[in-house]
Design a protein around this ligand. Sequence first.
Ligand code: NDP
Length: 303
Amino acid sequence: MTLLEGSKVRDAILAELRPRVEAVASSGRPPGLAVVLVGGDPASAIYVRNKVKACRDLGIHSVHAAPPEATTTEELLAIVAGLSASEEIDGILVQMPLPKHIDERRVLLSVPPGKDVDCFHPLNVGNLVSNAAGPRACTPSGVMEMLRRYDIPVAGKRAVVVGRSDIVGKPMALMLLHANATVTICHSRTAGLEDECRRADILVAAIGRPAFIRGSFIKPGAVVIDVGINRIVDRAEAGRIFAADSERLARFDEKGSLVTGDVHPLEVAHAAAFTPVPGGVGPLTIAMLMANTVASAEKRCSA
Ligand code: NDP
């Protein structure tokens, strides 16, 4: 079984972006990304820190706006409007989830499509649906890069995507469709999920439930892409999933938590290839965010 290593693919993507960043910078100013984080959610704060660091490492100018939790929709719209008008900014990312009192849809609609590096704007979603040029959602496009760079054929294959969120499942299914896979989308109301999954040559799990996809869901020789990132803090749950992996349990006992995907990591030996969690799809999301920002800056340069 081949372990599909996200860090290798990420490094290759970033190495290819470097000269493109330099080319943009030499034509006036470097690409610029603004990241807006409302409130102090610790998980979001880590994501944002990693995004800002990735920009710094690559030579992308970054702006980090951090309005407080109590920020109103109108105030947030004003922040986004300021960034939209800024000559220095090519991409705007509003970190999700937003506090409940904020009208998320209005905020996402206010990001101009040309600076929408997350591909949340309906115009960019429409471009994805019709396979027209434009930014693509970062996590699924990272998965496509992973498949491409590991020479995993997609055309003519049967792909099953479990999960239909706007951020991962739906764009993932569309990208696989555009790459000529025969695609099935499954969700919480799918009947016979296990049978559907077992038909997959390429199985993508984007569910948000630790170790939910068991070995019996996986066809021998399938390529299994695990998008899930689940932090387990309950010792009993860790014990159930990792009963046969004393090393990982010891690590749980040391740290009090561990991260696992949506696929049972001890039941994938009969797959042809698998993305481990952590270390599989995870590292690619930020790399694709950088790629979308650079592409947006290049468009500005050639305009
Ligand atoms: P959402 O909660 O938005 O969507 C989850 C999807 O899984 C839904 O479509 C839901 O179906 C489906 N689902 C839930 N339970 C079941 C079930 N029992 N059987 C079948 N389908 C089910 O999650 P996201 O798409 O945002 O994220 C999915 C996972 O990917 C999470 O673990 C998240 O942390 C991870 N993630 C990882 C990223 C990365 O960089 N690697 C980036 C983004 C997310 P329904 O629509 O019917 O409710």
